[in-house]
Design a protein around this ligand. Sequence first.
Ligand SMILES: Cc1cc2nc3c(=O)[nH]c(=O)nc-3n(C[C@H](O)[C@H](O)[C@H](O)COP(=O)(O)OP(=O)(O)OC[C@H]3O[C@@H](n4cnc5c(N)ncnc54)[C@H](O)[C@@H]3O)c2cc1C
Length: 386
Amino acid sequence: MTNKLQIAIVGAGIGGLTAALALRARGLGVTVFERADSPRELGAGVSIHPNAVRLLKRIGLRDWLENINTRSVGISLRTSRGEPVPTPIATADSTTYQVHRVELLEMLNDAQADAVVRYGHHCTGVRETEDGVRLTFGNGVTARADVVIGADGIHSVVQREIGLTAHPTSEGIMAYRGLVPSEKLSWAKDLRGLNMWMGSGRSFICFPISQGRVINIVAFVPTNLESEESWSAPGDLRALAAEYVGWDAPVVEAIAALDEAFRWGIYDRAPLPYWSTARVTLLGDAAHPVVPHFGQGAGQAIEDGFALAVLLEDAKPADVPVRLKAYEQLRFGHTSRVQAASRDAGRFYRSESEDVAERNRRMGKWMSAAGWIFQYDVEQAAAALL
Ligand SMILES: Cc1cc2nc3c(=O)[nH]c(=O)nc-3n(C[C@H](O)[C@H](O)[C@H](O)COP(=O)(O)OP(=O)(O)OC[C@H]3O[C@@H](n4cnc5c(N)ncnc54)[C@H](O)[C@@H]3O)c2cc1C
């Protein structure tokens, strides 16, 4: 029997699964409860930037990551007509791993010890008791834990259970997403890194995943529709093509090569007034959803889990309320800055300024944010609080 804290995580997404690995790596007892009956992900790519890559490597996932990643250094920006926008040369430290979400989730699941993740457990209630927290699930099961971490995404039940409501506001844009086998695109064989075309009110991104076999496509377009806040609503390919008429040839070709696309309404949320009660806290999208323009949705969720692991490692049950507040304070400030930088980055990508000086000014701001976001070491920052 261990004296270490027993921690329940609600949600087995990228945030919940990496938190489980980080907490177990520091000897804490963890169970993850997931509502889906089995691991499930959507076919899409995701970028894992250096701030998260270095954390995953520290818990022994280096080889796993190397197996699934399409390693990528640098970003290539162009105008909608294909003229290069000079970007500073990336250094080795800025390596981003571009992965297929399905492969990432499989990796995170396979890396868990037996019986850590309980599928088919839809959390419906979270109640703090004198000696811990009681969770209830839709299947009639109950569980007790010393600490509960709500990693249950943008429509978080744990968030609701600790008295919070988050109101989404549309960013005025939506994204089409899709995957194209790289053999369908003559120019895709040698595609490296993140490739972005910046236009007026629109931007277009593609990057290779699955070790170059597949090209991930994300096309941001303006909308005044209250598009569904979904990762998986079907997208209309003809409407997508109409948005990019006259753009650089690879953009038009990539859209023509898609067999299907998903529509993703981009929503933003004001920061929550708090994330934690005495023994319950939130992580990832449940705490601080971030618009996707710096690719930090997954990265910030991963950082959260590692911060919690550092702060809870040697905590006794009586220390938990103070440690969760320290976590909230540390992460609130940083994630709020990342949220703001991500909004700014999106505005930059969707502005096709002919004024080179203005574009360089915005590029400088973008580079500065990329610097502090990618270089951040959350374990060091959390350890400094102890
Ligand atoms: C398909 C998809 C594509 C995305 N693409 C991008 C992108 O391109 N760029 C970007 O920045 N971000 C993207 N994101 C967001 C990014 O992945 C998330 O911000 C990040 O992974 C953190 O997610 P999370 O683990 O906090 O929540 P999620 O990934 O949403 O995981 C939450 C988990 O909790 C489970 N759950 C929910 N409610 C309950 C409950 N009551 N009981 C038990 N389990 C529950 C869900 O089933 C899910 O498995 C995407 C997300 C998805 C799903």
